[in-house]
Design a binder for this molecule. Structure first.
Ligand code: NAG
Ligand code: NAG
Ligand code: NAG
Ligand code: NAG
Length: 299
């Protein structure tokens, strides 16, 4: 289940240095235009925006995929975007939406992943999440969704602070990853991360374990994006500029260290109904379960 590591390796970071930055670390909340906050790596033909610039379309064809990344790095915050996924026959196609400390999949990267695994027409998408620390992953979970993610835009968000990482779909927490807070724990909290998205061909593993191949007669495959929203801490050297304790940094405050009562209700429902795979239950793969599997999501 280890996915291809070099999915974004083709990215060429535009070497533009953002010249004017406030020396102070500050919270950023914005709905800016694409070029303000992102660089892309793909042929022009594979990237389009709507006329008003508010919606972006990434496409995959036999020649190329497409990806973008934020120009800024962040450490902790709330990261959100609305996506509408490739409809129809999307087997083999993966849309990834993730945070990563590096712009190529280096051996020491930290990463928080959401991947949408396409499927044959009418068959359900799966959403796979994963967490990497210092190049080590293997923390996959898979969920089905309670709606068809190809019909409309839905929001997919990550809350990240020093206590927990929570993956949300339309504000419903689908996965909680806790910080055990002991030496050598498996919790990425040191390296600031960029936010990325990309669409690529993964028909060697994605759909029914690679049995279903991408049907190139159906190209181009298009994912749509809008409403990028960050309420978090932009990284500015030197470390630890982003450790914030002021009260407006809600993502890093007590209430964001654990699920609220309502979130717990939603999370319990997700656990009962939507989980397809959980590495913490896979004792064949992990005869000795990773330590974080023993942490309670309810604390
Ligand atoms: C987007 O870019 C603008 C202009 O550089 C900047 O002021 C803003 O903080 C950026 N937004 C985010 C969320 O990084
Ligand atoms: C991170 O991984 C590299 C090898 O990939 C290793 O040399 C290094 O010691 C690791 N760092 C930590 C803090 O575990
Ligand atoms: C981790 O433990 C240290 C030392 O006990 C404490 O100062 C720190 O606040 C803890 N961090 C979290 C995220 O619980
Ligand atoms: C695709 O559909 C098949 C049949 O319903 C299902 O078993 C599978 O989990 C779905 N998703 C993926 C990514 O294989």
């Amino acid at each position: 289940m280890e996915r291809r590591a070099h999915r974004f390796a083709g990215l060429l970071l535009i070497a533009a240095v953002v010249a004017v930055l406030s020396p102070l670390s500050r919270a950023a909340e914005s709905r800016a235009s694409f070029d303000d906050n992102f660089s892309k790596s793909c042929p022009e033909t594979n990237f389009k925006t709507s006329e008003d610039g508010g919606t972006w379309y990434l496409s995959l064809n036999k020649e190329a995929g497409c990806g973008f990344m934020t120009k800024q790095k962040y450490r902790f915050g709330w990261f959100s975007m609305k996506l509408k996924l490739v409809g129809g026959d999307s087997a083999g196609v993966v849309t990834a939406y993730y945070m990563c400390s590096e712009n190529a999949a280096g051996p020491e990267r930290d990463e928080l992943d959401i991947e949408f695994l396409g499927n044959r027409t009418g068959q359900p998408y799966l959403i796979q999440t994963n967490v990497y620390k210092n190049g080590t992953g293997g923390r996959e979970m898979r969920h089905i969704l309670w709606f068809d993610p190809t019909e409309d835009f839905h929001s997919y968000s990550i809350l990240w602070n020093n206590h927990q990482i929570v993956f949300f779909v339309d504000r419903v927490p689908i996965r909680v990853f806790k910080n055990a807070n002991y030496t050598n724990n498996f919790f990425p909290n040191e390296k600031p991360m960029y936010l990325f998205s990309s669409i690529w061909n993964a028909d060697d593993w994605a759909t029914r374990g690679g049995l279903e191949k991408t049907d190139w007669k159906k190209e181009p495959f298009v994912s749509s994006y809008k409403d990028f929203n960050v309420d978090g801490c932009q990284w500015e050297d030197p470390y630890p500029a982003c450790v914030s304790t002021t009260t407006d940094n809600w993502w890093d405050q007590y209430d964001a260290w654990h699920l609220s009562k309502d979130q717990k209700t939603d999370y319990a429902w997700v656990q009962r109904n939507l989980v397809i795979y959980d590495y913490c239950k896979d004792t064949e793969r992990y005869p000795k379960l990773p330590e974080e599997c023993w942490l309670s999501p309810w604390d």
